[in-house]
Design a protein around this ligand. Structure first.
Ligand code: UD1
Length: 342
């Protein structure tokens, strides 16, 4: 089939384009190559791919790019966290208005299959388990608590520490920053579109994606890239909070395979899929593993914090495995070795 990949020149997009081509699909790649992501990074357009250099908010460019297309993988978005309130308009415009334009254009072109890059951040702090009150949604962490070094979000009813539970796709939305809010909005817009047009939506809720081609030294750099860059400069990785915050680091080729499998197999209705390796690790673990691999200085735990950060967020990706026959293939050790060698 012919697949339009928006944001196809980005970190995850490049791997998805390769995966699609490897599975015999035709690809049209649409990307604005926006300066805050691509400045200073060489990008070699892949061979055998139609390229449309345009922003997804450009309705005419979308009409052109959607010609002859059977399915869309929508990745084009402003990522990161949102540093302050002044970022809100750009998230709303790039992510929400961009998705709305795409959906309207898909309806004009009668393209009914959408695979959407969503994120685990839609769950906020996810789910905790209180020894007294059972499963509970942690309250947002306050600036005052973080400044005092109280990083664990307590049970909102009794204040006791919570154990982290794995989040399933049925966990309620609870976005805690501008980016997360825009991802929730994208999912809602896509559901509305699906109901009206009869289209299908697979919302891929990616966990922390790492691997070759990760953005470095840009506002979009994830923690693995930030630590690797520091170690390459001979500096110790700076671990925020107390380093005990948990994430699920999932390799970009596994994410690309999951996305393409969803694009090929999910043909009706709206379905969300968590995309994680299934093995949560602390940010401190990640820093120490990278220091060891690169033979660099021991990480420094700084106690710094970012107000929009969630403490722990760990996925249950059983649905993806069961329904789309997906399994992660790249081990954490192999993934880190490859990342540090690249
Ligand atoms: C990441 C993605 C986001 C995605 C989400 C899915 C990036 C930039 N963000 O968000 O797009 O939707 O996963 O779960 O890839 N940290 C440090 N030191 C640093 C920088 C960060 O300790 O120098 C810590 C942060 O405080 C945080 C953790 O590392 O606890 C992860 O941060 P980051 O890589 O920015 O990712 P997320 O915010 O989890």
């Amino acid at each position: 089939m012919k697949v339009l990949v928006t944001g196809g020149a980005g970190f995850i997009g490049q791997h998805i384009v390769r995966e699609l081509l490897g599975r015999g699909h035709q690809v049209c790649l649409m990307d604005s190559l926006r300066g805050d992501v691509h400045a200073g990074r060489a990008w070699l357009p892949p061979a055998d791919v139609e390229i449309v250099k345009a922003d997804v908010r450009d309705a005419d460019a979308l009409d052109q790019a959607l010609q002859g297309v059977d399915a869309v993988v929508h990745l084009a978005a402003k990522v990161g966290l949102g540093v302050d309130v002044q970022d809100l308009p750009d998230y709303a415009s790039s992510n929400d208005a961009g998705t709305a334009e795409l959906l309207a254009a898909m309806a004009r072109a009668k393209v009914t299959r959408l695979t959407l890059a969503s994120s685990m951040v839609v769950y906020g702090e996810g789910l905790g388990r209180c020894p007294i009150h059972g499963a509970t949604v942690p309250a947002p962490r306050t600036e005052a608590a973080l400044a005092e070094g109280q990083f664990e979000p307590p049970c909102p009813r009794c204040g006791k520490p919570l154990e982290t539970a794995f989040v399933s796709e049925d966990t309620p939305f609870d976005p805690r920053n501008a980016y997360a809010s825009s991802k929730v909005a994208q999912e809602f817009y896509a559901s509305n579109w699906a109901r009206v047009t009869g289209g299908s939506v697979a919302a891929m809720r990616y966990h922390n994606v790492y691997g070759p081609g990760m953005p470095r030294d840009t506002p979009y750099a994830g923690v693995a890239a930030i630590f690797t860059s520091a170690l390459r400069r001979g500096e110790a990785p700076k671990v925020f909070e107390d380093g005990g915050q948990r994430r699920d680091f999932v390799h970009v080729r596994d994410v690309a395979a999951a996305t393409v499998q969803a694009c090929e197999q999910h043909l009706s209705g709206v379905r969300a899929f968590n995309v994680g390796s299934g093995t949560p690790r602390t940010v401190g673990d990640m820093a120490r593993a990278l220091s060891r691999t690169l033979n660099g200085p021991i990480p420094i735990v700084t106690g710094q914090y970012r107000l929009g950060d969630v403490r722990h967020i760990t996925a249950d990706s059983t649905r993806l495995k069961r329904e789309l026959d997906w399994n992660p293939r790249v081990s954490f050790e192999d993934g880190l070795a490859e990342l540090t060698a690249s």
